[in-house]
Design a protein around this ligand. Structure first.
Ligand SMILES: Cc1cc2nc3c(=O)[nH]c(=O)nc-3n(C[C@H](O)[C@H](O)[C@H](O)COP(=O)(O)O)c2cc1C
Length: 194
């Protein structure tokens, strides 16, 4: 694949918060976890466990415990029934995980998100979740702690990167179609050439 094509895929690799209700291929979802799990891990500790939730009943049971789009009013940012993710990957860390484990999680999430968008599937990494409730629903063992949820589904909206306005506000916003616009700082602001 050309670097241009890879960059174009990364451009689409955004946070999606509304999804078409088409089911996702089970084997593909399993392959996402397999690839993510085989990536780098601090001290090779491999403390992350992935709970793949696909049955409509369990997906529905989890929906109330996800908190969406802190920058937007709830009625705009929270997916409504018929827009919610069709599957979730819940990431739980072993309680004795080493301090690098969040880097491992970032690498794993990026792997999942990039492979997913290469098949047109959108993701949302969610940290604002009710960890205790999710652990209870999924019967997560006591030696693990639910930390992140990844919502998955074919996107039902667009999301576009825009420059940061003169007021410096980094909050994402939506238009009348609830398509997203995500301000990103300029390269000049973040890249230091020495
Ligand atoms: C560590 C982390 C936690 C996040 N938690 C949430 C969350 O709980 N709810 C949510 O709607 N979005 C969440 N997001 C998505 C961010 O809001 C999103 O990445 C940011 O607005 C930039 O948009 P983009 O991903 O399309 O570039 C999270 C993202 C990251 C990296």
């Amino acid at each position: 694949m050309e670097i241009k094509e890879i960059n174009a895929l990364y451009e689409q690799c955004r946070t999606y918060r509304r999804f078409r209700q088409t089911p996702l291929d089970h084997d593909f979802l399993v392959s996402l976890v397999e690839t993510a799990h085989r990536r780098s891990s601090g001290r090779n500790g491999q403390p992350w466990h992935y709970y793949l939730v696909e049955t409509p009943e369990t997906v529905a049971a989890l929906q109330p415990y996800m908190h969406w789009a802190a920058a937007l009013p709830k009625e705009i940012g929270t997916p409504k029934p018929g827009e919610q993710p069709v599957s979730y990957l819940i990431m739980a860390q072993e309680k004795n995980a080493n301090p690098f484990c969040y880097v491992d999680a970032g690498i794993a999430f990026d792997t999942i998100a990039f492979l997913a968008i290469s098949k047109g599937i959108g993701t949302a990494l969610l940290a604002a979740i009710n960890r205790a409730k999710i652990a209870e629903i999924l019967k997560v063992p006591d030696n693990q702690e639910v930390t992140f949820a990844i919502g998955l589904g074919y996107p039902a909206h667009k999301s576009t990167i825009v420059p940061v306005g003169t007021d410096g506000n980094l909050d994402y916003y939506v238009d009348e179609k609830r398509d997203y616009y995500v301000p990103k700082k300029s390269l000049k602001e973040v890249l230091v050439l020495k």
